[in-house]
Design a protein around this ligand. Sequence first.
Ligand code: ITT
Length: 200
Amino acid sequence: MARRLSRGANLVIATHNPGKLREISALLAPHGVVATSAGDLGLPEPEEDAPDFFGNARIKALAAATASGLPALADDSGFCVAALDGAPGVLSARWAGPEKDFAVAMARVNTELGAHEDRRAWFVAALCLAWPDGHTETFIGRIDGAVIWPPRGTQGFGYDPIFVAAGPASTFAEMEPDAKHVISHRALAFAQMLRSCFGD
Ligand code: ITT
């Protein structure tokens, strides 16, 4: 039985990425959770040296829960391209370099893909909810689609301008945030977490 989080609980959002923070806050808003970001609390960014999304989500959530004494939620996510053997994957943030320039990261995807016919791609989000006593609960969501070039749209963040989900013709960056929240990898992982830890 998963450990539950009460409505009205204080939760630290263990991210320093403003795009993610915006999406996580919107996804939590209807559930009566008081959310504070790791950035607002001045928590340091731990080294993300696990080989997979779950491992990195656990590192971030446990670091924030231990440092703050509050339950903490971390999201480790990435953009994966089939023809690049799943890259950039866990290195998605690192492909943007120290300047966090996703125009550079998207151009690298396009260059490495070249004229490859296989355009399949997907986003993954691993969520970890951690308590200060070291207990963790983890959830994962994935959405499949394709890489497009050139980038289109100004909404969202990261690789959104070059991803079209299977079904809609718009990139994630052309969708209104509410439309992305219905189908995204993050929303799918959230739905599991809400069912398991909030009883929704
Ligand atoms: P935190 O670790 O502080 O949360 P980060 O940006 O370093 O922030 P990750 O290590 O999980 O986070 O890197 C994930 C990267 O994958 C992120 O920087 C985005 O570029 C990309 N990404 C994840 N979800 C995305 C989404 O919904 N849309 C576009 N890009 C996304």
